[in-house]
Design a protein around this ligand. Structure first.
Ligand code: AMP
Length: 171
């Protein structure tokens, strides 16, 4: 467990003053660390209960697609507005300043697919909450929500209280 934590780089004041950015690139380039992360994530739920692994753009894609490949599941991208080419459903959510929109293809969870939602980091929980709404709005069922890192002092779990939430590292 320490191994994974040792591979997260703290970058102060990025992308703006006062933010301590958790940089996952040292973890990604370390074969053992990256593999261990995906193994730990896979241990957080029962793969037999899951049809697809869903990642949030963009760092969520990295972990979600590796997990999907390991477990022989499909991958579903949740993207920032305007990137997906076909019919989509959108959810708007608020950020510290202003708002953002994420969207998913309308057929992403056809047949009531059971999904694991993945992102790199849980901060306030706003992004993951919006992604959960999107999955449910388009007919998907949420098995659990998986993060590499949780900033537990921001209480993002409170927003996700209706879901099973796992994180590998907590600060
Ligand atoms: P939130 O919606 O507040 O939970 O923010 C989560 C999203 O913002 C995730 O997609 C993260 O990649 C990103 N994020 C928020 N805070 C940080 C941080 N301190 N370091 C790296 N990424 C962050």
């Amino acid at each position: 467990m320490d191994k994974v934590k040792d591979l997260i780089r703290n970058v102060p004041d990025f992308p703006k003053p006062g933010i301590m950015f958790k940089d996952i690139t040292p973890l990604l380039k370390n074969a053992e660390g990256f593999n261990r992360t995906i193994e730990l994530m896979a241990a957080g739920f029962n793969a037999d209960d899951v049809d697809v692994i869903c990642g949030i753009e963009s760092r969520g894609f990295i972990f979600a697609s590796a997990l999907a490949l390991k477990l022989k599941k499909g991958f579903v991208p949740i993207r920032k507005a305007g990137k997906l080419p076909w019919e989509t459903t959108k959810v708007k959510y608020s950020l510290e300043y202003g708002e953002d929109v994420i969207e998913v293809h309308n057929d992403a969870f056809s047949g009531g697919a059971r999904a694991v939602l993945v992102d790199d980091l849980l901060a306030t929980g706003g992004t993951a909450k919006a992604a959960c709404e999107l999955i449910e709005k388009t007919g998907g069922k949420i098995n659990s929500v998986q993060f590499v890192i949780e900033l537990s002092f921001l209480n993002g779990r409170d927003l996700l209280k209706n879901y099973k939430v796992n994180s590998i590292l907590s600060y």
